[in-house]
Design a protein around this ligand. Structure first.
Ligand code: FES
Length: 96
């Protein structure tokens, strides 16, 4: 199992490997921002505070959107695009 924690609320959910980060956040009880659910609008961007290596590598589509938003892909990811591998991940939605 993987564990995803959403800051600053510090709420967590245990999820199966392969779960979308967006769904993991919802499971933790957080109303996650999202628009297209299709890796194209950038609404679902979050800062990955720890555990980036426990997330799948970004797709070219995700990298394109992060670039449009001037978000460093080493620190920010789109929750509708990225799946959790295993281990622990902490994320923080922008503005929090
Ligand atoms: S909801 Fe649009 S990119 Fe994630």
């Amino acid at each position: 199992m993987a564990k995803v924690t959403i800051l600053p609320a510090n709420v967590s959910a245990e999820v199966e490997p392969g779960e979308l980060l967006l769904d993991a956040g919802e499971k933790a009880g957080v109303d996650m921002e999202a628009g297209c659910f299709n890796c194209s609008c950038g609404t679902c961007v979050v800062e990955v505070v720890s555990g980036m290596s426990n997330l799948d590598e970004p797709s070219p589509e995700e990298l394109d959107v992060l670039d449009q938003w001037s978000r460093d892909p080493e620190k920010f990811r789109l929750t509708c695009c990225v799946r959790v591998r295993d281990g622990e991940v902490s994320i923080r939605p922008p503005g929090h």
